[in-house]
Design a protein around this ligand. Structure first.
Ligand SMILES: [Zn+2]
Length: 77
């Protein structure tokens, strides 16, 4: 699959009912909720990569090994 954030090669670890779990070589491990995916697709939003990577770093520092991106996370432009 393509990473939702950076569009490079990534592994889909799991596809759950309410979220996709992704391991990206560039972005690391994260999850993205179904509602976030539909907001992205419906509006053709793209991730602000710098802001997203920064957010992921902060979440991991706070102990979240796989940060979950929600539709309200505001990481896209
Ligand atoms: Zn990525």
């Amino acid at each position: 699959m393509r990473c939702y954030i950076c569009d490079k090669d990534a592994d889909q670890v799991d596809s759950q009912r309410d979220a996709d779990l992704v391991d990206c070589h560039s972005c690391g491990s994260y999850g993205i909720s179904r509602s976030a995916l539909s907001v992205l697709h419906a509006n053709a939003y793209v991730f602000n990569i710098a802001r997203t990577l920064d957010w992921l770093r902060q979440e991991r520092k706070a102990g979240q090994a796989r940060p979950m991106i929600h539709s309200q996370s505001g990481l896209w432009d």
